[in-house]
Design a protein around this ligand. Structure first.
Ligand code: GRF
Length: 203
């Protein structure tokens, strides 16, 4: 399955996906890694794997819709069957989501519908939650609101810092994101009627 991965930073999820693909455990071909930030560490990681890597800066565009149209054209030039958002820190408008409707995945570090948006680990700690986690979901126009595909739960331990909790969640991210992507690659997963379906069953 041809995919394009969008990142903004470290790219550890992208690395996990690339490693699984290299081992043949994930049947995807990563056609490109694209970042909205030229200084994203993940761009160098992509190059290590021999994956074409590019940056497209929002500063070169008048507004969000113009940027999203340019990003959509760039992504479309690689003809992906799936677009994977892996720490891509921008809100996407219909100019981007429209052309790839039903085939964009995102990973969000909370047990959705809890804690959409930013600073999820801090918010879970401040709320005194005993559990936290991560969700993979289809992307729709609603920010962090698309149908959830898979979640992993982790305990919040006494004395946890934001960094401790984030590291514990990330280990799960690197496990469940490749799993969800492989479901899609196998044709087992789809977005239909605004719901996620796996093997013909509504999730
Ligand atoms: C992850 O925590 C992911 O859940 C969130 O952004 C972070 C990306 O991390 N959406 P990385 O760049 O993959 O290391």
């Amino acid at each position: 399955l041809p995919i394009v991965i969008l990142i903004s930073g470290r790219g550890s999820n992208m690395r996990a996906i690339a490693e699984q693909a290299t081992k043949g455990k994930l049947t995807v071909e990563i056609r490109a890694v694209i970042s909205d930030r030229a200084d994203a560490v993940g761009l160098a990681t992509a190059a290590e794997f021999g994956i074409p890597a590019a940056a497209l800066s929002p500063r070169d565009y008048a507004d969000r819709p113009a940027y999203d149209a340019a990003l959509a054209s760039l992504v479309a030039s690689y003809s992906p069957s799936l677009v994977v958002l892996a720490g891509f820190m921008r809100i996407l408008t219909p100019n981007f989501i429209g052309p790839f409707a039903d085939r964009i995945l995102n990973i969000h570090p909370s047990l959705l519908p809890k804690y959409r948006g930013l600073h999820t680990h801090r918010r879970a700690l401040e709320a005194g939650d005993t559990h936290h986690g991560v969700s993979v979901h289809f992307v729709t126009q609603e920010l962090d609101g698309g149908p959830v595909i898979i979640q992993a739960r982790v305990p919040v331990l006494v004395g946890d810092t934001e960094a401790d909790l984030s590291a514990r969640v990330q280990r799960q991210e690197h496990r469940i994101y490749p799993e969800a992507i492989e479901w899609f690659a196998q044709g087992r997963l789809e977005l239909r009627e605004d719901r996620a379906w796996l093997d013909g069953r509504r999730l």
